[in-house]
Design a binder for this molecule. Structure first.
Ligand code: SF4
Length: 411
């Protein structure tokens, strides 16, 4: 008998199985786990009825109890740099900063960036006063750069409209730049204990398994939100939100979930059926169409032993907005490589490098051909571009794609 079963609370056993926990189970998927289920659920729950090969069966489970998750969290919570310790109150600035950084990014990657931001700008007021370029530079490498621009705009808005204090209601949080439903719920619940459940990928995974949500993503999102909200306890909303996230991040992993350690092992329908890893259901993936382009790395010896490289700033709006790049062509499906040099910043002896630089954005893969030219010392930067020291590239707001291009050209 597993840990979850041993620690099962008596009142959970005595509750009648709810209709919401009844699902159709495929006998092929669930057959292996019914022997275990019989032992676990006897005598209080309705056992699955076998109806013969290829036919469906009913599986009854108790409702997930939020108290079980909170008790688990009290013992196993992750120590994260932005998380308040013990019963201390969370800092809304720290919560907001971490939540923006964690979107589409792992905890491990975010750690050093979070520390750097907090050391440079310890308050929302300090961040609001920083030049956008400094913020973009500090953000470089985290990806999804619109988040950095919104981060800065949000800090300014909090200072200008709310006297530097994050508002403590969901609607006002939702009205801030870069804050959507998820972030408003995360900041609201974690920082202010507001009754909201932030539903991220981890929570989606747990909920779809708990309830065996058959609808594919992303169409299932409203149902997942509804089910997650139905679990919200009357107190400790912030801890509940973080517990939900921790469960998905540490126990209910995409593959090989550690169900024997899960506080919701008993009510989890997917565990009973044995098909946990098939959730969340995925719609067939539609690959973005491949795009192509050219990037131009112009190098100029400065006469004092160091080398400059030509850089420019991308347009404010759009992909990688306001980030730094080397000059290049547009990126298109039907990019004509024969006329690539038309996009060069000036006439020079451009050498095409062997091997392209590839990069995958969320909605399309990109392949860039890289050209390099050594230009005379007096060569002026064309309008909109500037010369920057190669030795200082680490401090430039270069997105990962451009770092790849420069590494390819300078290696
Ligand atoms: S029992 Fe397993 S699949 Fe179900 S929520 Fe827990 S870890 Fe996830």
């Amino acid at each position: 008998m597993n840990v979850a079963v041993r620690k099962r609370r008596k009142n959970s056993l005595s509750s009648p199985p709810p209709l919401a926990g009844e699902v159709d189970a495929r006998s092929a998927a669930g057959g292996g786990s019914f022997a275990q289920s019989e032992e676990e659920y006897a005598p209080s729950l309705t056992l699955p009825r076998r109806r013969g090969r290829g036919r469906t069966e009913r599986v009854a489970t108790p409702s997930p109890d939020p108290a079980d998750l909170l008790a688990w969290y009290d013992r196993h919570r992750r120590a994260l740099p932005w998380r308040a310790r013990g019963r201390a109150k969370a800092d809304p600035y720290a919560v907001w900063l971490s939540e923006i950084m964690l979107q589409q990014t792992t905890v491990k990657t975010v750690g050093p960036y979070y520390a750097k931001f907090l050391a440079k700008w310890p308050t929302v007021d300090a961040l609001a006063k920083a030049p956008l370029d400094d913020v973009l530079r500090a953000w470089a490498g985290l990806g999804y750069y619109a988040r950095a621009r919104n981060l800065h705009a949000c800090a300014r808005t909090v200072v200008e409209r709310h006297n530097g204090i994050f508002p403590d209601n969901i609607e006002a949080l939702r009205a801030l730049p870069g804050i959507g439903d998820y972030t408003a719920a995360a900041v609201g619940s974690i920082a202010f204990d507001l009754p909201a459940v932030p539903v991220d990928g981890n929570v989606e995974r747990v909920v779809t398994r708990l309830y065996a949500v058959d609808e594919a993503m992303p169409a299932a999102k409203p149902e997942i939100k509804r089910l997650a909200a139905s679990l919200l306890p009357p107190h400790r909303s912030g801890d509940f939100a973080q517990a939900f996230m921790d469960l998905g991040a540490t126990i209910c992993s995409p593959t090989k979930p550690a169900c024997s350690l899960c506080p919701w092992s008993e009510p989890c329908i997917a565990r009973v059926r044995g098909d946990q890893e098939t959730f969340p259901r995925k719609a067939p993936k539609r690959e973005g169409k491949q795009r192509y382009g050219a990037a131009f790395v112009a190098l100029r010896a400065d006469g004092q032993g160091s080398v400059d490289v030509l850089l420019r700033r991308r347009p404010e709006k759009g992909l990688l907005g306001a980030m730094t790049e080397v000059p290049g062509s547009d990126w298109a499906h039907d990019f004509d490589r024969k006329s690539a040099l038309d996009a060069a910043p000036f006439k020079a002896k451009w050498r095409k490098l062997a091997g392209d630089v590839t990069h995958v954005f969320t909605h399309f893969p990109l392949r860039l051909t890289v050209y390099v030219a050594d230009v005379p010392r007096g060569e002026a930067a064309p309008k909109g571009a500037r010369w920057a020291k190669v030795s200082g590239l680490a401090g430039e707001a270069l997105p990962t794609l451009m770092r790849k291009v420069l590494a390819h050209a300078l290696d």
